[in-house]
Design a protein around this ligand. Structure first.
Ligand code: PLP
Length: 441
């Protein structure tokens, strides 16, 4: 709705008349004007404060306007705003050092991009050149970005209008016990059958055909399905058996979101390439990239890598990454995310599920949680159809927003993804607002 405050109303009207918005019918665009943001809260054009449990698009991992990160950006801007990728600079070199230190052993190089989708594009390109193969495997319940290749790797309905037949992009079902494609009744069955399904696809599509499998370590937008024990290890084994590059997409799940530095740390799995973006700078300045294993880096030791970007490793973005990572380390922010998830948010959501039959399942860890809402707990009929919303979902979101809580909403799910810096008091307040909002249906 349009704000009442005349200055904010001007911004709202200008935004609606001049800015072409993502994923939207332009006539239906109805943005919230944000004029201020601190920590876990944002303020709208009429001065109303909201708890931001969306972290915008799940990227403000360090919270809004962290003073140390803001100061580091200002300092870097004074010193050196920009320099071409071919030159060396301190911020970029230090960011690469810090990022590779967070990765498993055997990753010593970073290729920097502007954001997540182009990180995915480059990871796929590296895999194709490394293997000399073309085809890719990715999950239906997954999101990898909005550019041509990344949106075709994406499994959700945003791919459909963009699908011009990208050759060789094959989709599979990753494990999801609550809505099992495999008639599984236990996590162990779901894991085993999902791996058998994946191996069958490889056999029927051509065992020598695949360059890469790309998977989110924990699928984010698609519903925060934490993979069962053994699944990612099983994918690793298939990649080894068939000579396929394993890419883990950490764009949403990485940099503290799950209560570990990388989401893959929850599973002890060793991929070949890791994509990242969002939390690496908390989105203060856009940055993404690919962390490259030594074996793949070796493919481009004497053969040139045929790819680049004008702003690869932009100093302002890299200085932001350095300040974000160092601050998260110094202030125990990843540990805070783990503790909030284990002690407050996880138990609080489980309690809501006991009292609201509309909650079919609660899933997640750290500050990365999904509520799967159902019209009927027995049949598990979703509260909104696949690829759409519903009046019930809209009513819950509207009530939460009216009471001061922003949620990430997708189909029949609400995701609770506050900053990793969120405290127990704000989390409890959000749970209370959610409790009231769920009572609407
Ligand atoms: N990969 C994952 C797992 C994501 O969640 C996203 C964005 O939400 C992307 C890739 C694309 O990132 P970007 O929007 O920065 O291009």
């Amino acid at each position: 709705p349009a704000p009442e405050n005349p200055a904010a109303r001007k911004i709202y009207d200008l935004e609606r008349s001049r800015v072409f918005h993502s994923w939207s019918a332009q006539a239906a665009v109805d943005p919230l004007v944000i004029t201020d943001a601190r920590g876990s809260r944002v303020v709208d054009g009429d001065g109303r404060s909201y708890l931001d449990f969306s972290s915008q698009l799940v990227f403000t991992n360090i919270g809004h306007q962290h003073p140390r990160v803001v100061a580091a950006i200002a300092e870097q801007a004074q010193r050196l705003c920009t320099i071409a990728p071919s030159h060396a600079n301190e911020a970029r070199a230090r960011a690469a050092e810090l990022i590779t230190e967070l990765a498993p052993d055997g990753f010593e190089k970073v290729f920097f991009t502007n954001a997540g989708a182009d990180a995915v594009e480059h990871a796929i390109r590296m895999a194709r050149l490394h293997t000399g193969r073309y085809k890719t495997l990715s999950a239906f319940r997954g999101y990898h970005g909005g550019t041509a290749e990344a949106v075709n790797l994406t499994g959700d309905p945003r791919r459909w209008p963009n699908d011009y037949g990208t050759a060789g992009s094959v989709h599979f079902f990753a494990p999801f016990l609550y809505r099992s494609q495999f008639h599984a009744e236990t996590e162990a069955q779901e894991c085993e059958r999902a791996l058998a399904h994946l191996e069958s696809l490889i056999a029927f599509e051509g065992p020598d055909a695949f360059a890469a499998i790309i998977l989110e370590s924990i699928p984010g937008t698609a519903g925060i399905m934490v993979p069962p024990p053994g699944y990612l290890d099983g994918v690793r084994a298939l990649c080894d058996r068939y000579g396929i590059v394993m890419i883990l997409d950490e764009v949403m799940a990485g940099f503290g979101r799950t209560g570990r530095w990388l989401a893959l740390d929850n599973f002890g799995v060793q991929p070949d390439l890791i994509t990242f973006a969002k939390g690496v700078t908390s989105g203060y300045i856009p940055l993404g990239g690919v962390i490259i294993s030594d074996a793949i880096a070796e493919s481009f030791a004497t053969t040139p890598y045929p790819g680049g970007l004008t702003y690869s490793g932009h100093p302002l973005a890299c200085a932001t990454a350095v300040a974000t990572i160092e601050t998260m380390q110094d202030e125990g922010i990843v540990e805070n995310a783990a503790a909030i998830g284990a002690d407050v948010l996880g138990p609080g959501l489980a309690d809501l599920a006991r009292r609201h039959p509309v909650i079919g399942e609660v899933r997640g860890l750290g500050v990365f949680w999904a509520l799967e809402l159902v019209a009927d707990p027995t049949t598990r009929e979703p509260l909104a159809p696949y690829g759409a919303s519903s009046p019930e979902m809209a009513a819950i979101a509207a009530r939460a927003k009216a009471d001061g809580l922003l949620l990430f909403q997708n189909m029949n799910r609400f995701h609770l993804c506050p900053p990793c810096t969120v405290d127990a008091a704000d989390t409890k307040e959000a749970l209370q607002i959610l409790d009231d909002a769920l009572s609407v249906v």
